[in-house]
Design a protein around this ligand. Structure first.
Ligand SMILES: Cc1cc2nc3c(=O)[nH]c(=O)nc-3n(C[C@H](O)[C@H](O)[C@H](O)COP(=O)(O)OP(=O)(O)OC[C@H]3O[C@@H](n4cnc5c(N)ncnc54)[C@H](O)[C@@H]3O)c2cc1C
Length: 433
């Protein structure tokens, strides 16, 4: 079967790999000159080195992504730094870490020993998690995360110290707007899963080499080819006038919409286009700091307090990830970066550098910053708000599938959602032929 995969982000790469594994012949079209989409390697002329377009982390719960690495014969331990869940505030006023015990004791023991919150708050947290579990991780329809937390007695400090940073990191949507049901799914598959599921995995290689480039190796890949037209035929679909048995649209919603809008209109297509139009997007910023010497912080990942709404939320020290400790790179992540985006760049950078200095004083002075690179991805993810209608991978057109983090994955806009949708799209084609 000849299948066109339109877009070589993580969804498209997963789809192409799965199609090849099933014995089909995928042809990948990617409009950019590189693969990876929103999770890709870039070159920074300012820092004169390769970076990612944004600091990413994976979770142990990303089972299908990790499964892909295994299928590709890629060694997880050299590509990803896996650690116990350990949420440490840089300022030292909060810490929650899982203990090396079987589930659910890992979490319970972690909760009981959490620093920075009192016994009452620990109890409230534990009760809320238990309630979610008894509800099979289903939240009432239409609620935001903040509304759900309020209903379950999570007080202002608990929200500020724990829930708010967790929500914005997982959903890239502010807590007062984020969909409670999607957040519950994230909690189910991470905190509610086996101990390994909640472990963060920080990439040790760039995002291209992590698995996408090996997956597309030896496949028919057309970089710099922006697909312009789809035409349904009696045998399948023509993609820019080339005949295929089927096509997987693994491009973001606006581009998928543009391609789909050229097909004959039906009730299904009208609804689909309206659903794609309704999606809103939220930026994520990553500030890279190149230091004049490695810092060697005791934790590769530290939580920052963001009091202005435009400051850093997580700090990654790459020297703490390298065995020789000689790396000089820091990455600071700002999810929901709408406010930061509105600031003059130099002002935003200076404010974050000052934030890092003031919140990390207990680790000694930060080495001198040699150079900076601020990357703002304007449409990093869709806004994961309640009531969003997300299309399924299959469509009313037998020869067309959709794939991407924005399809109905049950997750917010994350890597694992992209991968799952790509695999599902490929497998559904495999089973219909
Ligand atoms: C800065 C940042 C940080 C993030 N951090 C995390 C994180 O820590 N953990 C996490 O799980 N997720 C994170 N995410 C989200 C994650 O990156 C995305 O969920 C994932 O990359 C989406 O992959 P995708 O394949 O669905 O879409 P995309 O990556 O957008 O891929 C779509 C591809 O289609 C191509 N395309 C578009 N139109 C056409 C056309 N007409 N013809 C051919 N090609 C076309 C595009 O160029 C693109 O390469 C982050 C995102 C960003 C931007």
């Amino acid at each position: 079967m000849k299948v066109a995969v339109i877009g070589a982000g993580w969804a498209g790469c997963a789809a192409a790999w799965a199609l090849k594994s099933q014995g089909h012949a995928p042809t990948v079209f990617e409009s950019a000159r590189h693969i990876g989409g929103r999770a890709r390697r870039i070159y920074s002329p300012k820092l004169q080195r390769e970076l990612d377009n944004g600091q990413h982390i994976l979770l142990g719960a990303y089972t299908q992504t990790l499964g892909l690495l295994r299928e590709l014969g890629l060694d997880e331990s050299t590509r990803l730094h896996r650690q116990e869940l350990d949420i440490v505030a840089a300022q030292g006023d909060f810490r929650l870490r899982n203990r090396a015990l079987p589930a659910p004791w890992h979490l319970l023991a972690g909760l009981l020993s959490a620093q920075g919150i009192g016994w009452r708050q620990k109890l409230k947290l534990a009760r809320f998690c238990r309630w979610l579990e008894t509800q099979r991780w289903r939240a009432p329809d239409g609620l935001t995360v903040l509304q759900l937390l309020d209903r379950h007695g999570q007080d202002a400090d608990l929200i500020r110290l724990f829930w708010q940073p967790l929500c914005v990191a997982a959903m890239n949507t502010p807590i007062e707007q984020a969909c409670a049901q999607l957040f519950a799914h994230v909690l189910r598959d991470s905190l509610g899963g086996p101990r390994q599921a909640s472990q963060p995995l920080i990439p040790l290689t760039d995002l291209g080499r992590l698995w996408c480039e090996p997956a597309l190796h030896e496949l028919d890949v057309h970089l710099g080819h922006r697909v312009q037209s789809l035409q349904l035929t009696k045998d399948g679909v023509d993609v820019d006038s080339q005949p295929f048995d089927a096509a997987i649209l693994a491009c973001p919603p606006p581009q998928a919409r543009r391609l789909l809008s050229t097909l004959p209109s039906t009730a299904h297509s009208e609804q689909l286009l309206a659903d794609l139009d309704a999606m809103q997007y939220v930026p994520i910023a990553t500030l890279y700091l190149d230091l004049n010497q490695p810092w060697n912080l005791p934790h590769p990942m530290l939580m920052l307090h963001d009091v202005t709404g435009s400051a850093g939320q997580w700090l990654f020290d790459h020297s703490a990830l390298k065995p020789d400790g000689r790396e000089t790179l820091l990455a600071i992540v700002v999810s929901d970066a709408i406010r930061l985006q509105a600031l003059p760049r130099e002002q935003a950078i200076a404010a974050i550098v000052e934030q890092i200095r003031s919140q990390t004083q207990r680790f000694g002075p930060m080495p001198t910053v040699r150079n900076t690179e601020l990357i703002i991805e304007k449409r990093a993810t869709f806004a994961a708000v309640p009531g969003l209608r997300r299309p399924s991978v299959t469509t009313a057109w037998p020869a067309l599938r959709l794939a991407g983090d924005w399809t109905n994955t049950g997750y917010p806009g994350v890597l694992e959602g992209a991968v799952r949708s790509g695999l599902q799209a490929a497998h559904s084609l495999g089973t219909t032929t």
